[in-house]
Design a protein around this ligand. Structure first.
Ligand SMILES: [Zn+2]
Length: 359
């Protein structure tokens, strides 16, 4: 049996104005858990929204910096957290996932308030948990997403634009990975719907991406920017909620995992979605989609996303390490063909050569 749920959502600079109307049916006490900067950005707006209503905020608490079981256990013991009927999870991926898994394990409804648009965490039922040292612990699988996503575009536009930039790369991978990973499969209804919805993670990004990023740099909320925010959070999140784990990932994320072994990735602060966007190029070459590769290559160039190894402070000398780690994970276990180390190496070399030919 498979049950799939979807959150509703509100977007706009006045999105929090709906909090009482939407949350009050779930109880009269909410606790806010989030990142420090996120709480700074959202606290006054949340307080204003619930002022003079029967919905009370029991407190605002920092989630602890890592989406770890240790932080979840610590937060669970705080009396104001125990006392709340519902959880408000505020911030980026890790803060949202902390509130999400806490809500799942204590069987309470949760609402999300993304303050950056870099991943679809605020829309999904899946929580990603880490050990306190930051290494991956487990995927906390659930089919319960937030009840509602409150997307305040004014808060997002005032966050550093690098998150939106990297979020575009990560979201576009959803289209390419689901379409390739599911190729040749007999898909059940929800999977087929998810793969088909994956198209929304391609066209709108190509159409609105550049304008949205420029508007984000200027801190201007525009229709194009809201299209991209919805693409990163809602389109990508809905696809994730619909398709199974083996289809939702693929070679672009395998390549990302590969790069995590290089110390320069952390040293230079390269972001997840930034590396994934280079992974899409590898996926397309390995899949022999030359035309699509050229299109994404031009798109990456126009947005300043990576198109070559030096953009990620690496070179062909790092290839062996990257490829070994890339193929260790589960990302290409379910794939229409066997992905070999040579395939990735050849794709890397061919992309380096293509960059040279474009000079
Ligand atoms: Zn990703």
């Amino acid at each position: 049996m498979k049950t799939t749920f979807f959150p509703s959502y509100t977007i706009g600079s006045d999105a929090y104005g709906e909090i009482v109307k939407i949350c009050r049916p779930y109880g009269n006490k909410a606790v806010v858990l989030g990142g420090e900067k996120a709480i700074n950005a959202a606290e006054n707006k949340i307080k204003c929204a619930v002022k003079d209503s029967s919905l009370k905020i029991t407190g605002f608490f920092h989630f602890g910096g890592e989406a770890s079981m240790e932080n979840i256990e610590r937060l669970k013991e705080i009396p104001q957290v125990k006392d709340a009927d519902m959880i408000f999870a505020v911030g980026g991926g890790k803060a949202i996932d902390t509130g999400k898994v806490l809500a799942h394990t204590t069987v309470r409804p949760f609402f999300t308030f993304p303050t950056i648009a870099s991943t679809c965490a605020s829309c999904t039922s899946l929580g990603i948990l880490y050990y306190p040292d930051g290494s991956l612990r487990e995927y906390s699988i659930s089919n319960i997403p937030p009840v509602h996503i409150f997307i305040d575009s004014e808060i997002i536009v005032n966050a550093p634009n690098k998150y939106l930039w990297a979020g575009i790369g990560d979201s576009m991978a959803k289209y390419f990975e689901t379409s390739v990973s599911s190729r040749g499969d007999e898909l059940i209804h929800s999977q087929a719907m998810g793969v088909s919805l994956g198209n929304m993670c391609n066209g709108p990004f190509v159409k609105y991406g550049e304008k949205a990023l420029n508007d984000c740099r200027d801190h201007t909320v525009s229709p194009e920017l809201e299209e991209i925010i919805l693409g990163i959070i809602v389109s990508t999140g809905f696809v994730s909620n619909l398709v199974s784990m083996d289809i939702t990932s693929g070679l672009a994320h395998a390549v990302y995992n590969g790069f995590t072994v290089l110390s320069q990735i952390e040293e230079y602060g390269h972001l997840h979605g930034e590396i994934v966007s280079y992974g899409i190029l590898i996926l397309l070459i390995a899949d022999r989609q030359k035309e699509e590769f050229e299109r994404v290559f031009r798109f990456n160039k126009s947005l300043g996303l990576p198109t070559k190894l030096s953009d990620l402070h690496s070179s062909m000398k790092d290839a062996d390490k990257v490829i070994e780690k890339a193929l260790k994970g589960i990302d290409v276990n379910h794939y229409p063909y066997h992905v070999t180390p040579e395939m990735i190496r050849e794709a890397m070399e061919s992309i380096e050569a293509y960059n040279e030919s474009c000079k």
